[in-house]
Design a protein around this ligand. Structure first.
Ligand code: COA
Length: 393
């Protein structure tokens, strides 16, 4: 089916919301921001020959932290096609267009949370991780006074404290959103955002070192659950104090759900072995522009080396070809290779290596790397920390 893909006009946003509501079961009436333009958000529509809206997708305009540097993305959300037009290439057309526009405006990488990985795999994204969270019995959490830490109830203004602590923790990692721009800048006018009921702040010598942002949920029986949106601590003492506050909820919310960041101070306090659930929603990644994906991020300063490979990208064909990667002094460069490289990798292997979740050998065993050279040389591309995400979109 031939469709025209273009940015949605303001008076088409209601129809696009309705299309998404049909697919995902969102609220009626729509939230205010869905019906007006939001800076940084690019909403695309696919139109049939008669000019009817048959599909939509949003480029969220996020940035992600990669080794201390904010990298521009074409992260994707809200992909939906009318039921009567599915299976006819509408999503493919939308996503190819979204990637081309993303490339045009300087995006380097793209992440998304799939409802179906098969679709996105065919378009070059690959699964690289999942939201990590623990579901814990509040009674199992350690509690008790932590000398030197004061905890206090927060106000909506303390969400700015959460932003600062989040940035301290997220900036040196890989893949986490910067939480700036686009939907993150929607004002909440001194009130709690819709899904927040309260904040607890931990301070040491008057300086905020931890924050707990939570949604209370309803009831106080066995089924009651407190959902933590952020549990951020930049000292082990703040982590212990805030987990102690969570433990205090044990009489009314037996279960607490906590998002996890690998190896942070909070993970060092929680009894994670007691969490029965597996990980949350998986996320996928792909490069939008491989040259920028390498140049715009920070790389581990101690890693140095070169590797040449041929990359195959069936959708963003500018990424296809023979490349040489060089890393030195915390920076990376990808340039066209002079000779035919002895390794060929699928763009999905590039995504997995870039996100630090595989090795050259493992990718070869998965059929995503071929060629006569030793695939271990590709471990250079996997030199950074493993990609993570804390925000669902
Ligand atoms: C998922 C959805 C967006 C796919 O849209 P679509 O227009 O039917 O997809 P396309 O026809 O463009 O398919 C593109 C490719 O993905 C593949 N694909 C599509 N749906 C798939 C599925 N459910 N499982 C596996 N592969 C799928 C197609 O085979 C096609 O591959 P090809 O082009 O190499 O032959 C559509 O079914 C939908 O709106 N579903 C409800 C909402 C939803 O789940 N959105 C996704 C949110 S992440």
């Amino acid at each position: 089916m031939i469709v025209t893909v273009r940015p949605l006009a303001d008076d088409e946003l209601a129809a696009a919301w309705e299309l998404g509501r049909l697919a995902f079961g969102g609220p009626v009436p729509p939230p205010d921001w869905a019906l007006r333009p939001v800076d940084g958000l690019l909403r695309l529509g696919a139109f049939d020959a008669r000019g009817r809206l048959v599909g939509k997708a949003t480029d969220t305009g996020h940035h992600q932290w990669w080794g201390g540097r904010a990298v521009a993305t074409a992260d994707v959300g809200g992909v939906a096609v009318l039921p009567e037009h599915r299976g006819a290439g509408v999503a493919r057309a939308l996503l190819a267009d979204l990637l081309a526009r993303g490339r045009e405006r300087g995006a380097a990488v793209s992440a998304l949370f799939p409802t179906v990985s098969g679709l996105y795999r065919r378009l070059g994204w690959e699964v690289v991780g999942a939201l990590q969270r623990a579901e814990l019995d509040a009674a199992s959490l350690p509690s008790g006074p932590v000398p030197g830490v004061e905890v206090r109830p927060g106000e909506p203004a303390d969400l700015a404290v959460a932003d600062v602590l989040y940035e301290t923790l997220a900036r040196p990692r890989a893949g986490l959103l910067t939480r700036r721009g686009g939907a993150f800048d929607l004002p909440h006018e001194g009130r709690w955002p819709e899904d927040v009921d309260g904040v607890t702040v931990a301070e040491q010598s008057g300086v905020p070192t931890g924050v707990l942002v939570y949604e209370r949920g309803s009831g106080y029986g066995p089924e009651a659950r407190l959902t933590v949106h952020d549990l951020l601590a930049v000292t082990p003492e703040a982590a212990r104090a805030l987990v102690g506050v969570l433990a205090g909820w044990r009489t009314v919310t037996r279960t607490v759900r906590v998002p996890l960041l690998a190896g942070d101070a909070v993970a060092g306090v929680l009894p994670l072995e007691r969490s029965p659930g597996g990980p949350g929603a998986v996320f996928m990644h792909r490069p939008v522009d491989v040259v920028r994906a390498v140049a715009d991020r920070g790389w581990p300063a101690h890693v140095r080396g070169r590797v040449a490979f041929t990359l195959l990208d069936p959708v963003v064909t500018e990424n296809t070809g023979a490349w040489e990667l060089e890393l030195a002094d915390g920076a990376g460069e990808l340039r066209r290779a002079g000779r035919e490289p002895g390794l060929t990798l699928d763009v999905r292997a590039f995504a997995q290596l870039y996100c630090g979740v595989t090795t050259g050998h493992a990718a070869a065993l998965a059929g995503l790397v071929t060629g006569p050279d030793d695939p271990a040389a590709l471990d250079l591309l996997a030199a950074g920390p493993r990609a993570e995400l804390l925000d669902y979109f």
